[in-house]
Design a protein around this ligand. Structure first.
Ligand code: KIV
Length: 320
């Protein structure tokens, strides 16, 4: 990474969203120019979705360059069967959590279904909230030629935009399902036109989802901004995956384009089974996880620690 292409992010040290355990150490946040220049150096961009502070910290420390607070949270966090019901408020809520956990990666907030299409005013208002309330540094929106004017306006007012063309999950009904796009000559030309329109409008990166590898390669060489593929083959300038998919947390979904780098669902389930068995057998908590005995005489049952009738919630107490 070219140090001249990065700058200290003041939000890391001072912004409310970034306050927390990592406040003190000076990690530099990747910037939009830094990410753009990675394409010039043929340096690939690793992007991962994140929805909460703990995962954001893990993914950030794992080396991801960009964190996408995707509307995919509707499917993996909320249990919906599409991203359509996800709201701006919900994505912003998750953005704030992610911004508290990640220090280096650039954070992108995903604009939900119909959150920008109604008017330029609606687009500006909602996009600005991702930056001012959510602690994101950029927004992503799904759409091609029809989205170009909005992208141009957002960029002209200082809101960095990541485009998204090809398979558009927010258009699942129009596409007749989550289907690979651009498979015929005409359809491929249409995806290429979309990509060029969004790049020309000033987006600084472009997600290519669910398209043939050769089309993704063609788009990648046709535009100056980095392409970030998901189900778009190996020629893109970067890749993005949903964190639950790559960590093996989605037992019922195994799309072809997802490589699982862990099996955390199985590992987690096994851990819960062990915990439950030990609670039921009494093996947990052993002395190692207990605070020992009262020094002196054990209190008589009638000498209560708290006034009668006062409810003391479980879990409140000393940590050592
Ligand atoms: O919402 C999301 O997670 C996305 C990625 C799959 C690109 O849009």
């Amino acid at each position: 990474m070219d140090p001249a292409a990065t700058e200290a992010d003041p939000t890391t040290m001072t912004h409310d969203h970034a306050k927390g355990a990592h406040q003190a150490s000076p990690v530099r946040r990747l910037t939009v120019p830094a990410l753009r220049s990675m394409k010039l150096r043929s340096e690939r961009i690793a992007m991962v979705t994140a929805y909460d502070a703990t995962f954001a910290q893990m993914i950030d420390e794992g080396g991801a360059d960009m964190l996408l607070v995707g509307d995919s949270l509707g499917m993996v966090v909320q249990g919906l069967d599409s991203t359509l019901p996800v709201t701006v408020d919900e994505v912003i809520y998750h953005c704030r959590a992610v911004a508290r956990g990640a220090r280096r990666a650039l954070i992108v907030g995903d604009m939900p279904f119909m959150s920008w299409q109604l008017s330029t005013e609606q687009a500006l208002k909602n996009a600005a909230r991702f930056l001012s309330e959510g602690g994101a540094q950029a927004v992503k929106l799904e759409g091609g030629v029809e989205a170009a004017d909005t992208v141009r306006r957002l960029v002209s007012l200082g809101i960095p935009v990541v485009g998204h063309v090809g398979l558009l999950p927010q258009s699942v009904h129009a596409m007749g399902g989550f289907r690979v796009q651009g498979k015929t000559r005409e359809a491929a030309q249409s995806v290429l036109d979309d990509a060029i329109a969004i790049a020309d409008a000033g987006a600084f990166a472009l997600v290519l989802e669910g398209i043939p590898s050769d089309l993704a390669a063609r788009i990648t060489e046709s535009i100056e901004i980095p392409t970030i593929g998901i189900g778009a083959g190996p020629s893109c300038d970067g890749q993005v995956l949903v964190c639950y998919d790559l960590l093996g947390l989605t037992p019922n979904m195994r799309p072809k384009f997802v490589k699982r780098y862990a099996e955390l669902y199985d590992d987690g389930k096994q851990a819960i089974q062990s915990y439950c068995a030990e609670v039921k057998s009494g093996a947990f908590p052993s002395a190692e996880y207990s605070f020992g005995n009262v020094q002196g005489e054990v209190l008589a049952p009638q000498a209560t620690l708290h006034a009668p009738g006062v409810h003391v919630p479980p879990g409140y107490g000393p940590t050592h």
